[in-house]
Design a protein around this ligand. Structure first.
Ligand code: MRU
Length: 350
């Protein structure tokens, strides 16, 4: 099945079409977001999710949010742009790609001070398309750089979903797997279920099945046993924000998987584009961790699984220290045993 996680339809006054990922794997449905509020809600409730995809959605969200302001005078248009960007920035706090994309969009308006509002809106539309196209290219390059790490016969564990559904292209962690398979290697993928929202079971398993790549879903608490039994030779995950020293935030549970990989002497790889790095943060303790609603845990399977009145804690991300990461795979190549110096060198050289 051919599918595109998100795509723009129409001219600069068109809409953002996306797969509603909350419905997978039982229903494949695309929705059209015609309003700014619609894009914000789609990001907030994870109809579109995954750091790079959130960035692309936010860029198009700016275009949606300003399409009724093409006839405004420039200073009103600039004020509205700041409002729209601030509103989209309030949707989710952890994936830095969201803020990176919004900053890129805002600087387009600054660069084109003498243009009319309609002309700037056209430039914003062009910039959003550019961000989308770049994301696709970054995914492909990550796959090419990363697949050399996986030999044929490898059992690969992944956590959450860092596939095509999480980007505008073929994914980050899954792009590495797709490239390895395209190079003729045979792999068996183990997908952590990824509680509480089941991105591994619902989305990663669905994507791999679409491509006929063997995949086995395990509950998150089974990873240690599956490693001990010798089924896993490599772990590959994505990231939502990587600090200057290589500490990497990703879906809750990733840190535990990295510790388990260390204990079993299994390499742990993080695949992420340069748009996921936040060099303004010296280390991962500064990365904001999204806290989500208790119902995701207490009513996760359409039934109440926690007694009323019992506290629930629901951080959506955790941070894996750089010391546990064997290599970060970016579109520019590998950063082995990441340190601040190596991260800076590679991002500077790009
Ligand atoms: O809450 P989500 O589903 O947006 O979390 C997504 C992840 O943690 C992914 O692993 C990460 O964004 C990398 S996507 C290429």
């Amino acid at each position: 099945m051919n599918y595109q996680t998100l795509q723009w339809t129409g001219d600069a006054c068109g809409s953002l079409r996306m797969i509603d990922q909350t419905l997978l794997p039982t229903e494949f449905k695309e929705i059209d977001c015609w309003t700014l509020e619609g894009v914000w809600e789609a990001i907030k409730v994870l109809r579109v999710r995954g750091a790079p995809a959130i960035g692309v959605a936010a860029a198009y969200g700016v275009v949606v949010g300003l399409k009724d302001h093409r006839d405004d005078d420039r200073s009103d248009f600039n004020t509205k742009l700041a409002e729209v960007a601030a509103y989209l920035a309030s949707s989710r706090p952890t994936a830095v790609n969201l803020f990176w994309a919004l900053d890129r969009m805002s600087s387009v308006a600054l660069e084109h001070r003498s243009l009319s509002s309609a002309e700037v809106h056209d430039s914003l539309f062009a910039e959003a398309k550019k961000i989308e196209a770049e994301d696709r290219a970054m995914c492909a390059a990550i796959g090419q750089h990363g697949h050399v790490l996986l030999e044929s016969g490898t059992g690969v564990l992944t956590h959450c979903n860092a596939g095509a559904l999480a980007t505008a292209g073929s994914g980050t962690a899954l792009s590495v797997i797709f490239a390895a398979v395209a190079a003729g290697k045979s792999l068996r993928v183990y997908a952590d279920e990824t509680r509480p929202l089941l991105q591994g079971a619902r989305l990663t398993a669905w994507e791999l099945q679409q491509r006929d790549i063997p995949v086995t879903v395990i509950c998150d608490n089974m990873a240690a046993q599956v490693m001990k039994e010798g089924h896993i030779q490599a772990v590959v995950t994505g990231a939502d924000r990587i600090a200057a020293n290589g500490d990497a935030a990703n879906k809750i549970g990733t840190y535990g998987v990295a510790l388990l990989a260390k204990a079993h002497n299994i390499p742990f790889y993080v695949a992420a584009p340069s748009s996921t790095f936040d060099l303004s943060l010296a280390h991962g303790d500064h990365i904001p961790i999204e806290q989500r609603a208790r119902e995701e845990i207490s009513n996760g399977f359409d039934r109440r699984t926690v007694p009323d009145g019992v506290d629930v804690y629901n951080p959506a991300f955790d941070v894996t220290p750089a010391a546990l990461i064997s290599a970060i795979i970016t579109e520019h190549g590998l950063i082995s045993k990441p340190t601040s110096e190596k991260v800076r060198e590679q991002l500077k050289a790009s």
